[in-house]
Design a protein around this ligand. Structure first.
Ligand SMILES: [Zn+2]
Length: 125
């Protein structure tokens, strides 16, 4: 264990959350900004007063695309699949898989599935 704050260790809280079927995000106690890509400072106001919170799992589709050709062997078995960016109720935007047929502005809730040992998010209506 190291106390050094590298990007890898910062992301670990997020990865650990997924393994527990939780979407965790960083909340800035200075301005209220929420971010899911772990940084050591707020991307909105620059404050370093960040705390991890767990999302309700509910949000709204911000962008959606269908991936017909998987970028790697690990995902080839899943293709074609739907990838979305969801704006969570807490304000953080997060990318994940989604059930087929979702559209922009649909209300969705996160579920989780394990693919080749990695927990991934799948949004459902
Ligand atoms: Zn901030």
């Amino acid at each position: 264990m190291t106390t050094e704050q590298t990007p890898v260790s910062l992301a670990q809280a997020y990865i650990d959350g997924l393994a527990n079927s939780e979407i965790r995000f960083q909340h800035c106690t200075a301005c209220g900004h929420a971010q899911t890509f772990a940084h050591d400072a707020c991307q909105h106001c620059g404050a370093e007063s960040l705390v991890w919170k767990t999302s309700s799992g509910r949000g709204r589709i911000y962008a959606a695309t269908i991936v017909a050709r998987a970028p790697s062997d690990a995902f080839r078995a899943l293709a074609p699949y739907t990838l979305v960016v969801v704006e969570m109720q807490e304000g953080a935007r997060i990318m994940g898989h989604a059930v087929p047929g979702v559209r922009i502005n649909d209300d969705v809730v996160a579920s989780f599935f394990v693919h080749q040992g990695q927990t991934l998010i799948r949004f459902e209506k």
